[in-house]
Design a protein around this ligand. Structure first.
Ligand SMILES: [Zn+2]
Length: 473
């Protein structure tokens, strides 16, 4: 009798709680605050497991290909759902007892101080600019390293390295800072560094998602997005190319991959787009964490770049240098739409890579002393390879013609084989007339097109070294 009363009372209490007027989203928030944890999901079929978890809109933190383990950041509710579905899942870290980020990693103010100090110490070979303001009004800093930093030297190719689209990936600014430090401290004492700085325009953005990172330090150590409306937009799902096109993002504000209400809705995204349009990098690396991957475009299933024989060759090479796995997001993980690298390639034919630093033993909060130096040192081979590769096979030059035509010109690149031409790439020209097309060695035909009319045709032989081909019209 007593038991029955107890059971009845429990049912009443349960019903009251279950019907309390929390929306699904609020429920998620409520659980996230109190119960967030990192769980390790052991799967037999890696691809299928990833697909299921990503379709359930779980926050996938990282993967371990060898052990077939997927790390997810989930609440208690989601944990139970996984158990019910029969997943082999164990809790690795729970918020509240987690050690949190090591204070040696940098916050936005520290990054600002660091780049200003470097600029002050190396005035002759650096230029410091804010590429725009974040939603909360913070500057997004970019440091240019070159022998003549004030000028936009049309004869020199540009390379970009950027870190931290995602606020909790605290190792990523360390790699950017290491790039800056390595180049500046070794200029004129190490020949290869001197050559890179003298012959390239190198841009580094050490912390892109400044607001998100501030929130990560002060409110939520696993924060990923920017800070829009308190819920945040995933900046790396907010770019226009392929936005909301292949289930590679979410329309729900509470999701970690919320794409925002419209393409490029966020000021940070717009700042990056304006910057890319102006400086036109030949190569880009966007640093993320974690999983030890080199990812190249495109993010949606079965899509590959027009120049995949160039893009993927370089990406695979970086992968082999770092001993990271290389491929597209959909090959390695799952569909991702609205990412920066897809837009950079699509809009301006930048050859861009996402590098996911570190493995799941490091996670989001690697101990600084244990992981920092070995991570940045291991990654030097990657960015240094690109600084070498940008001076190798390809063609660059300046097209000179009437200013009105410069505002809208393309270079159609054809591969010449057995007397016939095959379209290889359509390259959007820069308003200064500059172009730089990365190629494998071979015979090519360049057709300069302006306002839908071909105004020049030039054949070139591309060898191992970068070819300069200025074209006067
Ligand atoms: Zn990331």
């Amino acid at each position: 009798m007593k038991n029955l009363k107890y059971i009845l009372a429990s049912i009443v209490i349960f019903t009251v709680f279950a019907t309390t007027s929390f929306s699904h989203e609020e429920n998620n928030q409520l659980f996230r605050k109190e119960w967030t944890m990192i769980a390790k999901v052991q799967v037999k079929n890696f691809k299928q497991g990833l697909k299921t978890l990503s379709e359930m809109d779980y926050d996938i933190a990282g993967v371990d290909f060898n052990q077939k383990i997927i790390d997810v950041l989930i609440n208690h509710h989601q944990y139970m759902a996984l158990k019910l579905k029969g997943f082999d899942v164990s809790i690795a870290e729970t918020k509240g007892v987690t050690r949190g980020p090591d204070k040696n990693y940098k916050n936005p103010e520290e990054i600002e101080t660091i780049v200003k100090d470097f600029h002050a110490r190396f005035k002759d070979i650096t230029k410091l600019v804010s590429i725009g303001k974040s939603l909360e009004g913070r500057d997004i800093w970019a440091l240019k390293i070159s022998d003549d930093p004030a000028a936009n030297d049309l004869s020199e190719p540009t390379v970009l390295f950027n870190s931290m689209h995602h606020a909790r990936e605290i190792m990523t600014p360390e790699v950017s800072i290491d790039i800056i430090e390595y180049l500046l401290e070794n200029y004129q004492s190490e020949q290869k560094v001197t050559d890179w700085v003298n012959n390239t325009q190198i841009w580094v953005i050490p912390m892109f998602n400044v607001d998100g990172n501030n929130k990560m330090w002060n409110h939520d150590s696993w924060w990923r997005k920017n800070t829009r409306g308190g819920y945040g937009v995933d900046l790396n799902r907010n770019y226009p190319t392929g936005w909301d096109s292949c289930n590679g993002s979410s329309g729900s504000r509470s999701s970690q991959t919320y794409r925002g209400p419209s393409p490029a809705s966020e000021p940070e995204t717009q700042a990056m787009m304006d910057f890319i349009k102006e400086v036109r990098p030949v190569f880009d690396i966007s640093y993320h964490a974690y999983s030890e991957l080199v990812i190249y475009p495109f993010g949606c299933g079965d899509q590959r770049t027009q120049t995949k024989e160039v893009v993927e060759k370089i990406g695979n090479k970086i992968g082999s240098l770092l001993n990271y796995k290389a491929g597209t997001a959909w090959e390695l993980l799952y569909n991702a739409d609205g990412g920066d690298i897809d837009w950079m390639y699509d809009a301006y034919q930048v050859i861009p890579f996402v590098i996911e630093l570190n493995n799941s033993r490091a996670g989001f909060h690697p101990k600084y002393k244990k992981w920092r130096d070995k991570t940045v040192e291991r990654n030097r081979d990657g960015w240094q390879f690109l600084l070498n590769r940008v001076q190798k096979s390809g063609v660059r030059g300046v097209v000179s013609m009437a200013k009105s035509n410069l505002s809208d010109f393309t270079v159609e690149v054809y591969k010449l084989e057995n007397g016939s031409e095959k379209l290889f790439q359509t390259y959007v020209g820069h308003h200064t007339g500059a172009y730089h097309i990365v190629l494998n060695p071979g015979s090519y035909r360049l057709k300069i097109k302006t306002i839908n009319k071909i105004v020049n045709t030039t054949d070139v032989e591309v060898q191992d070294e970068l070819l300069t081909q200025n074209i006067a019209i």
